[in-house]
Design a binder for this molecule. Sequence first.
Ligand SMILES: C[S@@+](CC[C@H](N)C(=O)[O-])C[C@H]1O[C@@H](n2cnc3c(N)ncnc32)[C@H](O)[C@@H]1O
Length: 422
Amino acid sequence: MPFSQTEIEEEQAHFAQVISTFKQYAAYSLAANNRRRKDLFTLPRADQELLDSLGYKEKLAQADRAILTNAAFLNTIVANPEIFGHDLDVEEEASEQQQEGQNKQQKIQAPSHSHSHGHTHGSHSHSHSHGDPQASMHNASADNAQSKQQPHRPSDFDMDRLRSTLKQFVRDWSEEGRAEREVCYVPIRDALLDHFAHVSIEERRKLRVLVPGAGLGRLAWDVANLGFACQGNEFSHYMLLASYYILNRTDSINEHTIFPYVHSFSNLPNSVAMLRPIAIPDVLPSSLPPGSDFSLVAGDFEEIYGADDKEGEPHAGQWDAILTCFFIDTAKNIVNYLRIIHRILAPGGVWINLGPLLWHFENNSTNDTSIELSLEEVTNLARKIGFQVTHERSIGTTYTNNAQSMLGYVYHAAFWRATKAH
Ligand SMILES: C[S@@+](CC[C@H](N)C(=O)[O-])C[C@H]1O[C@@H](n2cnc3c(N)ncnc32)[C@H](O)[C@@H]1O
């Protein structure tokens, strides 16, 4: 479906604003830390001295240094934004996507389009949200209008997306994140291997696996590493920029150091819990076996995989496995998500899901549709749409929490496998 000039311009404007958010991270975050310093100076001298004796001032200085280290990393990610092809003709990109979906190793294809969703976070506080779900949700018309008038000033909402991206690096690409990955990704991988246990390793490459809402791409990468042909799909510019960088511009294990927990001083048992460095990546992303088939496709899941064009439905029956991890609750209309998953799943294929139901559009302030079902309703809906749902269980898991925080959210995530009953 071709995009209108306005849509293309809105998309370009949003992309420019995401880049600008990356670039303004240092100034924004240092200013937040400086507020603490200023507050300290408002105290009576005796109190200041007492706090100083605890090392509070030094902690603020360390936080500044950690922020500057993060900033250097984030600036490197956006040093060459043209790789995202925003100078390219968007329609050309979309058709390239169809043709190049296969035979790509570690390549993010140029964004087809990530739709504009004006959305504020509603009732979900950022510490509670599972990561970066609203990362690319923005009010592009407003963005566009703003960009024509004055330089973009990132909102706290924009910065929150960026801070979440740093934490997402921990989840997907650090040793620290291993425990969380083992809880979330291992059951999905095991279910995939079990469903295709009759297929030899050599034959796995013929099986096409889709990971919608791929985040920073680790689950998709792991699946490609097992020998399957795997495609991730993601629409957040924050995620796309970050995953492109880690997948395509990383030369060694633990090449980068970030301080993802430096932005909040709350609920810390000690300073280390906030100031500990995290090294990334824990594996070399370029180390996939020769001939691996791994790609990330940029764009909206519903637009890309739910598309029907003159030739029919290009994705219908094309995917042997669809892995949704912390994804289905990003739907405005879960019925459409499930219909698409059902339509594009190949006969004999499997849909494996793990995640909570933190409906991302609940309480949105932009009049977006939001259908919010209970778990029982979602699985009943899946059955009515034509799935046979099996292996249902609940898995307790965190999502990008600071493991050393005094506060931790645990999701009782729903896991299931589903095959096409009809
Ligand atoms: C909660 S995150 C989960 C990321 C990853 N699956 C994981 O487990 O770490 C949900 C992801 O889905 C992406 N997303 C949400 N709606 C999407 C859509 N319609 N199309 C593509 N990606 C989407 C978000 O940008 C976000 O990266």
